[in-house]
Design a protein around this ligand. Structure first.
Ligand SMILES: [Ca+2]
Length: 477
């Protein structure tokens, strides 16, 4: 009990430090409380189109939504202008722009745009229609490329009230992904008419939006699962805890019986799929708004994970061998009995058939394997499965079939683990020949590297019964 009572407060302190209690606004002077009344607010920079005249961006008590001051922007002549602030961001991460604003003099001949530039300030990106609209988070503008003429006035409301007023391919729900390490917030108004607009801004926020990344599955192949995926978020999030937070995408007859989410918020989240059935691919995607950060921002939807191949039936090596060149191969529960770089042999657990593998051969001798690949059949050559992906599930010992040299030539032994014996008759760079006297030619043994034998030596060989140049060869294990 003493230890437990000591441990509890430590845990609470760690949690309080790790989870930010307040929102992580990236903007300086977001409530416009810093600066002299009548002057441009501290931390913001005024800009204007070259043709502008009679424009003001000032710290003003009438512009306060909260606190003492807000930003007042107004035009007495004709202008397109505003203020901007550049912020440092993490490339690849997403950020949401929000705030409060109201207008006391507005109208369809004016424009009011809340802009988030992907990069430093650039007056063309902030002010040159129609490209500027790719940067608009929310706003009012009668320009035909934007299509939302302003009302005569509006009361205090969040920018999010008009998030729907945008035409950008890069912005949705006030959120944009940074390609570089800088973004720029622009609060812009304009008028080329007799209507002289005035708008007020306060409590502007630029906050991180979590992005989810699903890492590679724990296995590329499965019969029934479980298969797990680690999910990383760009920000600390909570609420990622329900099967409904994930989309499962399945092809063919593949189906997932259960989805469980563990981990987080301070450790990685893990999504585990179990009770998988059928045949095809399964992948997962984290849904939008499945989790929230301390700012209350929901995550963006993730991309789909790498797929997991689901094999419904064990399949049969004999049936695979009967297929034609190029046939799709799915096999499960076969024993890997020889493995070299890019080369392997598998057999049925009952040793009734075996076949050569090439390509992405993984695992260890004795492994119970699952694999997906393509059958390669070339006239006069040993057929093989070109492995696309392969995985292991437990293992057992390999027991070779013993046979004399003559019996070893039987096609019944093709692809199986065999034992042979005899006197070494000759030695090559990567092979040697043994003979037990049961036939005239003996048996060629292919080695991985220089053979460690000498002519005249009695030798017992364990390996896979392969075919080379139409004749039996043993690939030594
Ligand atoms: Ca304020």
């Amino acid at each position: 009990m003493h230890l437990l009572r000591r441990a509890v407060p430590v845990f609470v302190i760690v949690s309080a430090l790790a989870l930010p209690a307040s929102a992580a606004n990236l903007l300086a002077n977001p409530g416009f409380e810093s600066g002299a009344p009548g002057m441009v607010p501290t931390g913001w920079t005024r800009w204007n189109a070259s043709w502008s005249g009679g424009y003001y961006a000032v710290t003003d008590t009438n512009a306060a939504y909260s606190g003492t001051y807000g930003l007042r922007e107004y035009i007495t002549g004709s202008a397109s202008f505003g203020v901007y602030q550049e912020v440092t961001v993490t490339p690849g991460n997403a950020y949401k722009l929000n705030g409060m604003w109201r207008a006391v003099t507005a109208g369809p001949a004016n424009w009011f745009e809340i802009i988030l530039l992907d990069g430093g300030f650039n007056i063309d990106q902030a002010d040159s229609a129609p490209g500027v609209f790719q940067n608009v988070v929310a706003g009012w503008d009668a320009n035909a490329a934007f299509g939302h003429p302003a009302p005569a006035n509006w009361a205090w409301e969040p920018f999010s009230a008009t998030y729907g007023n945008e035409v950008s391919a890069y912005i949705e729900n006030g959120t944009r992904t940074a390609t570089g390490s800088k973004m720029t917030v622009v609060l812009k108004i304009g008028c080329a008419s007799t209507t002289k607009p005035t708008v007020y801004f306060d409590d502007v926020t630029l906050t991180p939006v979590p992005k989810a990344t699903v890492l590679a599955p724990s296995t590329p192949l499965t019969r029934t699962g479980p298969v797990s995926f680690q999910v990383n978020f760009t920000d600390t999030v909570t609420g990622f805890d329900s099967a409904s937070d994930v989309d499962v995408v399945a092809t063919g007859t593949a189906a997932v019986g259960s989805v469980a989410i563990t981990g987080g918020p301070m450790s990685p989240y893990v999504v585990t799929l179990s009770n998988i059935t059928g045949s095809g691919y399964v992948s997962i995607r984290v849904k939008a708004n499945a989790a929230q950060n301390a700012d209350g921002n929901g995550n963006l939807a993730s991309a789909a994970s790498s797929p997991v191949y689901v094999i419904e039936a064990d399949g049969s090596i004999a049936a695979v061998k009967a297929e034609g060149d190029g046939a799709r191969v799915e096999l499960a529960g076969k024993q890997l009995h020889l493995k070299r770089p890019g080369l392997g042999y598998i057999q049925e657990p009952d040793r009734t058939a075996g076949i050569r593998l090439q390509g992405n051969v993984t695992g260890y001798v004795g492994d119970n394997t699952l694999l997906v690949g393509t059958l390669v059949k070339t006239a006069g050559q040993e057929p093989y499965v070109l492995v696309t992906t392969m995985t292991s599930n437990g293992g057992t010992n390999v027991w070779p079939l013993g046979a004399n040299n003559s019996a070893l030539r039987s096609s019944l032994l093709d692809g199986l683990p065999v034992a042979a014996w005899g006197i070494v008759r000759s030695v090559g760079a990567n092979s040697y020949v043994i003979s037990d006297g049961s036939d005239a030619d003996g048996i060629t043994v292919n080695t991985l590297g220089t053979p460690g034998v000498t002519v005249g030596q009695y030798k017992t060989v364990f390996g896979a019964a392969g075919i080379s140049a139409g004749a039996r060869v043993i690939y030594e294990r």
